[in-house]
Write a protein that binds this ligand. Sequence first.
Ligand SMILES: [Fe+2]
Ligand SMILES: [Fe+2]
Length: 305
Amino acid sequence: MNSTLHAKLETEIKKLDSISTAPAILMPLLDILRLPSEKIKVEKVVELISYDGSIAAQCLRLANSPLYGRRQTETVRSAVMALGLERIRSMLFGLCVNRVVPKDKWVIEPDAFWRHSLGCALVTQRMAKKIEYPEPEKAYLAGLLHDLGFLVNSVLYTEDFRECLRRAADQQVALHVIEEQVLGFTHCETGQMLCEHWGLSKELVDAARCHHDVSLLPAAGPLACLVHLSDLLCRVRYLGYGYEEVIAVDLGGDVAWQTLVTTYPALENMDLVRFTLDIDGAMEQIVATVDSVFGGKRIAAPATS
Ligand SMILES: [Fe+2]
Ligand SMILES: [Fe+2]
């Protein structure tokens, strides 16, 4: 991307704040997100959630989903307790930014976008625990937010972006490849800019930036690598953007996996077949959770123009 385009996009991304319909609780939540988890006050979170009926309903739905034992959770407070503060703040953030895109600017079903993001969040967290990454909840957040650029492109370049989706579906290739041809930039780049604009941590910015190509950074961190791998796993398991890609996942041969091995040498001896099977087993539960949040709809094909 040349510097003129970069500057233009930066200016436009700043305007997103005024054209979006993000709920009033977004900014206070962003403030909470920046705090270390031990400093977050449960009562403040319960209060913020209670301000917004649909977000409160989503929290209850998730707390009552099979992944959390289908407890009979009927109050926001007990939902927060059942889900845990880290998970609730990640999920809340996702639900809030969902509203950044006005209804007429979605190029796919919003549910499909969030199913992919939530699926990726859950798989990233699962993988993080498997490799004993010390902050699995942060991994969840990185997975949840990795495709924020999709929202930026939907709002700012709706028709061109719709065309990208259509061509990617026709050619069965990854979206970022077509974005580069049609727009001259990718959702990875606009995602990076939005993360920076919102003051998110460098690890989250990096995960957004290089989740389709970890070699973009001289030393991609574990989060970026984990998000890259779980994004691939989601896309080959019906949690992509509603079209089939010709794509093969070879975890051990992936540069992201090899980068992870340099940080976690114990991975070298890991039984990859078992690891993949374990993620596959979890995937079923993950799809069930995602469906329980979004009402059980499978991903619709992208709208064609
Ligand atoms: Fe992506
Ligand atoms: Fe993705």
